[in-house]
Design a protein around this ligand. Structure first.
Ligand code: 13P
Length: 249
């Protein structure tokens, strides 16, 4: 069985004191969580402090990006061993904001995924179509190609791999996809994984939905057998709303 996985992507929010305050609140509120894996993904600047504040809590630590080289003259970049050294469990790769604003492509996503996996980091690979692509009927092709090219050359087992289906038009807009829409695309992603890695690997891989997930809609998504969790943006910045999402049952 795939264990549900709910992760908070804090994006470019929270100073160190704000981040520590948030995780201290979350620790109390999520003390009794069960049957769900939870991660928070603060900005790089807060990773160390949040990691310290999470110790012994069961809440996992995630980063929002990584570079593919181990070290070198790459001003501003963060290498996989640096994240591993901080005790980071997961790294988000290929978020649509990185694709939209920072030139991330399926080629760079693939390099990052391989580098992160080589350092035993869990990866959350984001895929999803824009509004124009959806309106042009291209959703399935776009997402299939993102999966195929983002994961080309990866070796099974895929136990460290999570995929997040995040339709771009649903991110930060308050217009979440319907559970039916999410299920359709997530099933396509699982079929694509099946072709690439075999049915067993595909069946074991967790696929999250992301895009305007809130306490009042999480249950709709989690009720679907195909949807294994959520990647939460805005609603993860407040302890009580994120805790309500984690405790969706
Ligand atoms: P929102 O939940 O704010 O729509 O953001 C989703 C997202 O991009 C998570 O990575």
């Amino acid at each position: 069985m795939r264990k549900p996985f709910i992760a908070g992507n804090w994006k470019m929010y929270k100073t160190v004191p704000e981040a520590v305050r948030l995780v201290k609140q979350l620790r109390v509120m999520l003390d009794d969580m069960e049957d769900v894996e939870v991660a928070v993904c603060p900005p790089f600047t807060a990773l160390h402090a949040v990691g310290e504040a999470l110790k012994g809590s069961g809440i996992k630590l995630g980063a929002q990006d990584v570079y593919w080289e181990n070290e070198g003259a790459y001003t501003s970049q963060i290498a996989p061993p640096m994240l591993a050294d901080l005790g980071v469990d997961y790294v988000i790769i290929g978020h649509s904001e990185r694709r939209q604003y920072f030139g991330e492509t399926d080629v760079t996503v693939n390099k990052k995924v391989k580098a992160a996996l080589a350092h035993n980091l869990g990866v959350i690979v984001c895929v999803g179509e824009t509004l124009e692509q959806r309106q042009a009927g291209e959703t399935e092709d776009v997402v299939r190609i993102q999966v195929e090219q983002g994961l080309v050359g990866i070796e099974a087992p895929l136990e460290k791999l999570v995929i997040a289906y995040e339709p771009v038009w649903a991110i930060g807009t308050g217009h979440n996809a319907t559970a039916d829409d999410a299920e359709t695309v997530i099933s396509l992603i699982r079929r694509t994984l099946g072709v690439m890695f075999g049915r067993d690997q595909a069946d074991a891989t967790r696929i999250q939905y992301g895009g305007s997930v809130k306490p009042n809609n999480i249950q709709e998504f989690m009720a679907r057998e195909t949807i294994d969790g959520a990647l939460v943006g805005g609603a993860s910045l407040d302890a009580s709303s994120f805790a309500q999402i984690v405790k969706y049952k």
